[in-house]
Design a protein around this ligand. Structure first.
Ligand code: MCU
Length: 433
């Protein structure tokens, strides 16, 4: 069984490497110059990460702060979400820095990005495919080539931005010699993992789209990718609140899958493997691969960071390595945050597929993908609003929690220093109260 599993991982890894090689990035010089839009509401919440916290074999309560107090209002949640972000950066992914300046250009075929921070500079680019019709168009940033069903996206009148994540956070390096645009700025020994580096690159693309004046691309942005690129898309969506729609596909261990549940899901990629196969997660995660119960967060709270923005998680239940039960558990746990915010219909999960091919273009996903894109990037129609687990890969949230889900009350601005959620994306403005 182990040999079979190893062989599967090697075949996947080889397939991924070949496809990634197609995505050589061509670097260009920038023209436009402007400031950086804010990507995180709640950046001015006072968050302190303590030196220690209690272990918890179950999924931690998203609504209880690390100091043990519980949040009751939406404005308190804004700062709790910042605390979850800080804890997740510290223990799972590594830090996502905010650079000094970003410049670049958007044309109908290419986005160029130049970033400066602390006297250093770097650049990368992405290619653009426009749909037919008259722009400007919202865009979906597609990681790599996997599961990138560009026809489905273009068919909704949405542009595709082809993002080569390896240009910003490369795979295939040792942890003490990380490579790519992110590490050009922050150093090859940065403890930030490749997934967060790649997510930082997505944020810089959005900076450039926002600065471009909106004649070609609108700021409404989605992100997707499959497998390792599903891990990446998930992290990108969680750590940038300008992303209106996140669509991770078959992301497995290191992606959506609940970290505490992976050791209990037979055949799923072990945490130690997800940590060592590539420097995907931050260096600090080495302390938790054998003991995820010691983490102050789990991925249901990363799902919760995306709330109330659009989220459609797709999993493959036919390949044990992909840990679909742990993915479903994180979706169910995170859906509680959506419910608490009165936005329960903005999250969908689907693993009830018949085709077992990894990263296949699945007919069952076409309609909910297009519904999600229409709702959250175009502001039309209704989201799929379904949690559909394959019968072999159902998860039971009740076994994993003792906490209950509050209804977070609206308002109470005295409890936060941050302005209310920006409503630049249509999904947020239309969430039920
Ligand atoms: C699910 O994503 C990964 C998985 O974590 C790896 O173990 C395997 O090698 O490759 C998968 C993948 O990215 O496939 C394209």
């Amino acid at each position: 069984v182990i040999r079979h599993r190893l062989r599967f991982a090697l075949v996947l890894a080889a397939a991924c490497a070949v496809a990634a090689a197609f995505l050589a990035s061509h670097l260009d010089r920038a023209e436009a110059q402007a400031g950086i839009a804010s990507e995180w509401n709640g950046a001015d919440c006072a968050v302190t990460v303590p030196g220690s916290w209690p272990s918890n074999a179950q999924l931690p309560d998203p609504f209880t702060r690390i100091d043990g107090t519980r949040v009751t209002s939406q404005s308190q949640w804004e700062c709790r979400r910042s605390e979850i972000k800080a804890l997740a950066e510290r223990t799972v992914y590594g830090d996502k820095p905010q650079p000094d300046s970003v410049t670049g250009s958007v044309t109908s075929s290419r986005i160029t990005v130049n970033v400066n921070d602390d006297g250093r500079s770097t650049n990368f680019s992405a290619t653009v495919q426009l749909p037919s019709g008259t722009g400007p168009f919202p865009a979906v940033i597609v990681y790599g080539g996997f599961g990138a069903d560009t026809a489905t996206i273009l068919g909704t009148g949405t542009a595709v931005v082809n993002y080569d994540p390896g240009a910003v956070g490369a795979e295939g390096t040792p942890r003490n010699n990380k490579q790519g645009a992110f590490y050009n700025l922050y150093g090859a020994t940065s403890s930030t993992g490749v997934l967060m580096a790649q997510a930082w690159g997505v944020s810089r693309i959005i900076d450039v789209i926002e600065q471009s004046g909106g004649s070609i691309l609108k700021p409404a942005t989605g992100v997707t990718g499959c497998s390792r690129y599903g891990k990446g898309a998930f992290v990108a969506g969680a750590f940038d609140q300008r992303i209106a729609l996140t669509m991770p596909i078959e992301s497995g261990s290191g992606g959506v899958a609940a970290l505490r549940s992976i050791p209990q899901e037979s055949g799923s990629q072990p945490l130690s493997s997800a940590y060592s196969e590539q420097p995907w997660l931050g260096d600090a995660f080495s302390a938790y691969t054998a003991n995820p119960g010691a983490l102050p967060v789990d991925t249901h709270e990363i799902v919760g960071m995306i709330a109330p923005r659009g989220l459609f998680i797709m999993d493959n239940p036919h390949i044990e390595w992909l840990g679909a039960r742990s993915g479903a558990l994180a979706a169910l746990g995170g859906a509680e945050v959506y419910k608490a915010l009165g936005a329960g219909s903005n999250i969908s999960y689907h693993s009830n597929t018949s085709n077992g091919t990894h990263c296949a273009t699945r007919t069952e996903w076409k309609t909910p993908l297009q519904q999600s894109i229409n709702r959250f990037l175009h502001g039309t129609g209704a989201p799929p609003a379904t949690i559909s687990m394959h019968p072999n890969k159902t998860a039971n949230l009740a076994q994993w929690r003792t906490w209950t889900t509050p209804t977070l009350t609206a308002g109470n601005p005295s409890e936060t220093t941050t302005p209310p959620e920006q409503t630049t994306n249509p999904g947020e403005t239309s969430s039920p109260p």
